[in-house]
Design a protein around this ligand. Structure first.
Ligand code: HEM
Length: 451
């Protein structure tokens, strides 16, 4: 080393959780991810190794370690080889699975599909579609909110994103929705080969159906200047270059996935907490009482209480609790050496519940995000439901508008309650969802005395 250079500290080795064999880590995680992460952090610190789904993963926990990987200053962490491990080939070449220069090019182009003007158009189309969608909900005790919301958001995504696709038969849209669900379920299958009768095989067939369906719609979308997302993707250009047909199809399949389960679980969580906290339910109902059934994007922006509730729900249950990466070169996180080629799990869920960051972290307290408290400012990476760095969610404002609009329609039409001591039993095989369908006691407002 030449005189005057500062010696770099030698990177520390990463501790390995040895006693959990092969799929042990996976099972412990799936049983109770938060307990698993808290215990793991306590014993092994923010950077450690673990065998997960049969492979060696480096586990990052806490805002410092997760933040370093998300900021990715030396471009050591890549998305595709990480996410491929979890979501397989089903969402291939979606924006989240592109890296570095190619990702940058596609993201710049796709950003144009999410400008404020575009969002204003999407929000205007969402309102009536939501009103029709929840119109058929049957009020009653133990109403299963989650599957009803999942149907609703999938229909919204296919309608708003595809904007009146040409169907060859009455049930074609159902088959498209089914194919899409097959892809999502296959992505998290333990059997990762197309054996007969497996989820993986249904996923492969589902992906083929989606490619064929979207490919068939493409010429019409290219020919007309529609304002649905599909048409918009067909017409975006920068320096005369736009997306190829294959790019449009790949982006559409990923966007349907990205927009669907994430929004569903956010509204489902909000229904739970608003059912358990009637004072918040009333506060939101009062806040939006002056708005019509089709509020504009500006009006939605003014719904401060809605935003606080949404943030708190995303803190308590981030729809994407773990982000996948793989190192493409040797690197370090918090001084720990991570070799090239290492799968890495960025477990953002834990920092949302750390008592050293959030006072009383398990309580539902949306006002913690209010301007006079802003507890999330305790650390730049304390609250990361939308990820961070160059892959930060591109649909977060779309999601904000969609979630607020669905809640607005629910609050106008219904009241609901959930037992104060109810704890949601979550399934964590893929993105989290309530195993019991998230039951709520749902009443139509017009059926209630005094309405
Ligand atoms: C509450 C709802 C949502 C949550 C919590 C959420 C969360 C996330 C997270 C954590 C990522 C980063 C993944 C990574 O870094 O590996 C992401 C990426 C992405 N999300 Fe969302 N998302 C939501 C809704 C949506 C919606 C509605 C859309 C589209 C309309 C969308 C489109 C995308 C896209 C395109 C990416 C990839 C960005 C990139 O790689 O550059 N998301 N989302």
């Amino acid at each position: 080393m030449s005189a005057g250079t500062t010696a770099r500290p030698v990177p520390r080795p990463v501790p390995l959780r040895r006693r959990i064999p092969v799929i042990g880590g996976t099972l412990a995680y799936i049983k109770d991810p938060l307990a698993f992460m808290a215990d793991h952090y306590e014993r092994f610190g923010p950077v450690s190794d673990l065998n997960f789904i049969g492979k060696r993963w480096t586990i990052l926990l806490g805002p410092d370690a997760c933040g370093e990987a998300l900021r990715n200053p030396d471009k050591a962490f890549a998305n595709k080889p990480g996410w491929d491990e979890l979501v397989g080939p089903f969402f291939d070449r979606g924006l989240m699975l592109l890296d570095f220069d190619e990702h940058h090019r596609h993201r710049r182009l796709m950003q144009e599909a999410f400008t404020r003007d575009r969002l204003t158009g999407y929000a205007a189309a969402l309102g009536p579609a939501i009103e029709t969608g929840i119109g058929s909900w049957e009020a009653g005790d133990g109403f299963k909110a989650y599957p009803a919301l999942k149907d609703l958001t999938l229909n919204l995504a296919t309608q708003i994103f595809m904007g009146g696709a040409e169907l060859t038969s009455a049930d074609e849209l159902d088959r498209v929705n089914r194919a899409f669900i097959d892809c999502v379920q296959a992505a998290t299958s333990f059997v990762r080969a197309p054996l007969p009768g497996t989820r993986w095989r249904r996923g492969i067939q589902g992906r083929q159906l989606l490619e064929e369906f979207l490919g068939r719609q493409l010429p019409a979308k290219r020919a007309a200047e529609g304002d649905d997302l599909f048409s918009v993707l067909c017409h975006l250009t920068e320096d005369g270059e736009g997306f190829s047909d294959a790019d449009v199809v790949n982006h559409m399949i990923f966007l349907l996935m990205a927009a669907h389960d994430t929004s569903t679980i956010t509204v489902s969580t909000a229904m739970q907490y608003l059912g358990q906290h009637p004072e918040w339910q009333e506060r939101l109902r009062a806040e939006a009482s002056g708005l019509s059934a089709a509020p504009t994007l500006d009006e939605l922006d003014g719904l401060v209480g809605f935003a606080l509730v949404m943030k708190e729900c995303l803190r308590l249950l981030p729809p994407v609790p773990v982000l996948a990466r793989r190192t493409v070169k040797d690197t370090e996180v918090l001084g720990h050496a991570i070799p090239a080629g290492r799968l890495t799990a960025v477990m953002v869920h834990l920092q949302h519940h750390q008592a050293d960051l959030w006072p009383d972290p398990e309580s539902f307290d949306p006002d913690r995000f209010a301007e006079d408290r802003r507890e999330d400012k305790v650390h730049r990476h304390a609250w990361e439901p939308f990820g961070g760095g160059v892959h930060k969610c591109l649909g977060m404002f779309f999601a904000g508008a969609e979630v607020k609009l669905i809640l607005h329609h629910l609050l106008r039409r219904f009241t609901w309650s959930v037992d104060a001591d109810y704890e949601v039993p979550l399934n964590y095989y893929s993105l989290p969802f309530p195993k019991d369908g998230q039951p709520v006691d749902l009443r139509r407002r017009e059926d209630q005395p005094g309405h």
